[in-house]
Design a protein around this ligand. Structure first.
Ligand SMILES: [Zn+2]
Length: 255
């Protein structure tokens, strides 16, 4: 092969390599537009983020112990679940500090202390009524309610053992110093009840069982039952008046 032919062969080879590179590059440039996977991912992300920028997938609603864990009759706790890191909040307590019910998960106890202190500075004395309940304590309560009111009535306000939000250590019942309207709907009309409705979300708490949402949550209105979900979600739910079930698309899960 002459030097000239060899050069021609080299140039043709280089041109071919160049052409193939250009072709591959243009295919790659086209890929995102034709690849449905990327587009779907973007759309999924958009629907998981609220108008205020809250990521609905930030915490699991299924994982035991998660901040947004949803527990209900249809979503029972694992058998014998016990939260870790239980503490007695440094607040006004309804019972002795040694009572099992006077405990909450550590982060929730801290938030409770902050909320009670804020209420106090507004002239409102909140009392910590009942927090963590083990499965066996809930069984004692439930059985006594059934004995008193019958099962149908008891099921409207008390959870079956193993399905109570109190067992998570993330929820508690708030009450007043006088004990008036303790665990009664009239609590909403007391200054304490009003304060909680207006301010609890600022400390990460929601009124878990809202008025008129019994068919969604499975429980009658409980203006005293507060559940810790963190400030972001509490603010969101307070703004739009939704239950956790509605916000996370679990409507229709109740009996
Ligand atoms: Zn409660």
């Amino acid at each position: 092969m002459s030097i000239r032919k060899r050069w021609i062969a080299i140039i043709i080879a280089l041109l071919l390599v160049g052409a193939i590179s250009l072709f591959v590059a243009s295919e790659q440039a086209n890929a995102p537009a034709s690849d449905g996977g990327n587009t779907e991912q973007l759309e999924a992300d958009e629907t998981q983020t609220t108008e205020t920028g809250l990521d609905k997938t930030k915490y699991s609603i299924d994982e035991p112990g998660s901040l947004w864990w949803i527990v209900s009759r249809e979503r029972p706790l694992p058998d014998g679940y016990e939260p870790s890191n239980l503490e007695v909040p440094d607040t006004q307590l309804r019972l002795a500090a040694t009572a099992e019910q006077m405990q909450l998960r550590g982060t929730v106890a801290t938030a409770t202390e902050a909320m009670f202190a804020a209420a106090q500075s507004d002239g409102i004395e909140l009392v910590f009524g009942s927090g963590y309940r083990s499965e066996s304590l809930q069984a004692q309560f439930y059985n006594s309610y059934v004995a008193r009111d019958g099962q149908e009535a008891a099921d409207r306000y008390s959870a079956h053992p193993g399905t109570s939000e109190h067992q998570t250590g993330l929820a508690f019942d708030v009450t007043s110093l006088s004990g008036a309207c303790h665990l009664e709907i009239c609590f909403e009309d007391l200054p304490e009840g009003q304060w909680v409705q207006d301010n609890a979300h600022d400390y990460g708490f929601i009124i878990r069982y809202l008025d008129g949402k019994e068919n969604i949550t499975g429980y009658q209105y409980e203006p005293w039952h507060l559940r810790y979900v963190g400030e972001e979600l509490a603010n969101e739910l307070h703004e739009n008046g939704q239950t956790m079930e509605e916000f996370f698309g679990l409507t229709g899960t109740a009996d």
